[in-house]
Structures are given as C-alpha cells and as structure tokens.
Design a protein around this ligand. Sequence first.
Ligand code: GLN
Length: 527
Amino acid sequence: MAATQRPDLTQASAADLAGSMAAGEVSAREVVDAHLERIAVVDGVDAQGPVWSAKTAGRLDADEPHAFLAVTAEAARDHADDIDRRRAAGEHLGPLAGVPLALKDVLTMRGAPTTCGSRMLEGWIPPYDATVTRKLREADLVVLGKTNMDEFAMGSSTENSAFGDTRNPWDLDRVPGGSSGGSAAAVAGMLAPLAIGTDTGGSIRQPAALTGLVGAKPTYGTVSRYGLVAFASSLDQAGPFARTVGDAVALQTAIQAHDPRDSTSVPDVVPDLGLHLQDGVAGLKIGVVRELQGEGFEPGVEAVFQASLERLTALGAEIVEVSLPTAPVGLAAYYLIAPSEASSNLARFDGVRYGLRVDAPTAEEMNAATRAAGFGAEVKRRIMIGTHALSSGYYDAYYLQASKIRTLIANDFRAAFDQVDVLVSPTSPTVAFNLGAKADDPLAMYLNDVATVPASLAGIPALSLPAGLAEAPGAPGSALPVGLQIMAPLLRDDLMYRVAWAFEQATGFDPRPSGPRAIHLDGEVSP
Ligand code: GLN
C-alpha cells in the first residue's frame, strides 16, 4: 500500500490542491483517494464498509496519531466524483472545490456518527447537518471523517476522549493539545490539508500551537453554532485549522455567515478576510500583553515569543506594552462560566433523548445510571462545579462574580484596542507535553488555557500561528512548535489575518513534522 502513497498530494496546501484541480492536473477523486489511503495506513483504520472505523478500544498503537474516530470514505468518494462530474460539465465551483477536510466530532453530519468523544453518544447518527457542515458541502469541500476530541470539548490534551488518546505528529509520545486534538493531528500529520475545530477557551488555538499549525477562533457569532453540540454556548465557536494562513482564510470564509437558526449569530456583514491580507504590518501598532508572559511560561516559549516581536518590528510594526489588568483572573472566571453552562447544556443527556441508556426500575434511577456510565471523570467534575456555581446561595458568589469579571475583561480589551491595532502573546505557556504528564492534575491542565481564555470571554477573534521551535524542558535536543497568538477587535478578523500573513511570510516555518518520534511523511509511513 505504501508504494501508492502520493506525498505530493497529501503535503500540498489547500490552495495548491484547488489550483491543480481547477487546471485539470488532478481530479478531486484522486486527491480524496490519496488522503483516504494515508489515513488508512497512518491512522490504522479499518478500511472496510462505507464508514471506516478507527480503533477505539483496547491498546491503541503508539505509532499512530489516532486522529480520526470515523472515516466517511464512501460519502467522500461519491462527493469527489460528483465534483469531478460537475467540473467536467463546466459548472461554477467554489474556490476550494474538491479539497478534503476533517471535521471535529462535535459537529453533526447527516448519516455519520457524532460522539463528541463520549460513550454517551456512542452509536448516535444525527439526522441533520450542522450549518458548518452544510456550508462546507455548499463550498464543495469534501469531508473525510470525524476527528477525536476531549469528551464534549472539555480538556487541553485530547486525553479526555472516551475512545483513546490522540498523539502529536511531531512526537508521538506527546499530546497534540485539545480539545480539537484530532483535527490538529489530522492536518499536522498530512491526513487532511484542512480541518474544522471548535474553540470554547482555546481548543483550536492551543492544539494549533502544539502541532505547528494555523488555527483561528473567529469573532463569536460569525460562524453558526447550529448543529455544534453545546459545551458552553456563550463561548463555543467553530473555526479553521490549516498549514498556511491563506488556507485558514479560505476555510473561515467558506463557513462564516449569518444563520437565523442560531440566535447568537451576528447579523453584521463580516469583513472580507482576503481584501487587505497582503497589506503588511508597517505602521501598525502591536500590543504585547504584559500579563500574558513571565511566570509559568517556559523559557523556550518566551525566547521564541521575543524573537517574534523582533520580527514584527523588522517588518515595520511598532511594538508597545499594553496591560489587560483583569486577564490574570480570566482563567478562574472561565472555569466557573464554562462549567456552569455545561451543567445546563449536558442535562439533555438523560437516557431518553439521545445515545446511551442504562435501564433501571425507575426513571430517576435510569437517568442516574445512564449519566454515571456515559460521562467520563472530567465531564462529571465540570457538571458538579457548574451545578454548585449556579445553585441558590452560591450563584452570587460564583457565577455572578465570574460574569462581572467577564465584563471587566471585555472592557480591558476595548481600552487596549484604543491604543493598539492588535494584541499578541504566546498561545500556550508550554510546548507539547508528554502523554499522561498532566492527566491526573486538573489544575495543571487548566493552566494551559491561561493565554487563550481572555479572548474567548471577550468574544474577540484570535488565532495561533507557528512562530518557531523550542526545546521541551527535560528533553535536550528536542524541537517542538511554538505558537504566536494574535488577537484583534470584534469583527476585525481581517486585521488578525493581515498581521498573521505578514508574519508567516517573514518566518518561513516548515509545517512538516520532524524529530525522532515524528510521523513519517514519505511513502514509508510507519515511524
Ligand atoms: N481547555 C479548555 C477547557 O477544557 C478549553 C476547551 C475548549 O476550548 N473547548 O475547557
């Protein structure tokens, strides 16, 4: 099987693939087949049947990223054939027509399993498409399958999935970040040129940082949440993973739109993300957030961040230090608000309406037994924290206080954007850590999100893009990706991408994983 691999197709950017298909050099079917083949071999999936199943139980192979939970092979091939037919007939196709992509398993797709990484939804086949899924289809992007994730998107390492860990293509003994770790591993491991993730407190940006990708959380409300299984509704937002800024722009453009089916969808006209993409950063003021550096950030991460600031200065930007005084308590506020919303949202998994049911003599016992068996430890922890924070007598002390902090953080950002055009920080305080290193320490795990949650609470757009490589503590000679976070004012996703594009041009980061335990990229796939 290895002999037929097409690294030329699986390592190409979405833009290059789309160009080759438009020029008739390669068909959508060939592009899809090349990716399906690589998924089958690299991810070790059982390539039988219309929906290929990934290994989801027992000991997983330590040399496989385990990016996918299900591969919708037949639907992908049919879609690709249909695109080729329509192209041959001279039909107008979208700019990314025929490009394959991976979808986080928290978004519904008609006829394909949606588990959210949970036993609770094992075997559930949604009868409808999420708006994001529909938009992807309308843009003629081909969904390859559903990717692994922390259960109900709660986590920062993808170790909270009920179906096994995902591994980082740069070092298969390390985590890919989370909760969208499967989507990140799919793109970093060249199993797909693009993927959709969701970001509630950093779940696109942090895995993008840890796997050397571009990952963006759009302005809250610009991408529909219809069909995105809710974790914390006031924060959840879907967005793109890609290996280049240009590809991320194209994918976000494809999915953003007002949607009457989502009551928080913004009616505003979203800015054209490509219009000023190549205008550069000369003359822009870039603010460095004083509170999002120093203590808790690894020296290697700080060194890459400082070098990034120098690069931006060399490109003509003016770097100024800015304070977000309330940012340090953002994490505490987030870990009350998100569990509070989760405790309410997850009440729907009651053994009656969806997925798992554990029978018992009374409805109450059935409900309790189902939830005890269906939810993992982190989800139960969040339901308990959230229920407590919302209960009468504690609401004022916890949920209400956290909501006030949220307002203060939004105000801090507003004041900062009076002084500067965009803000920057490291995306994650650390590079990718070893599997198991933080799995038993929830507070250590929560600290991964210290730099990403402020933008989530304020609803502003933020992305991570590769800034360089750094040595992991305790692993001399290692070289792992470090992400630069760029945050912009509400609805100024265009400005965020403009800075990212200029930075990417000057950085020349190679997204192909390297290192002794990196996933191989040529025909010989097993490391
Ligand atoms: N890691 C954060 C959490 O566990 C963020 C998750 C997310 O963005 N979905 O809540």
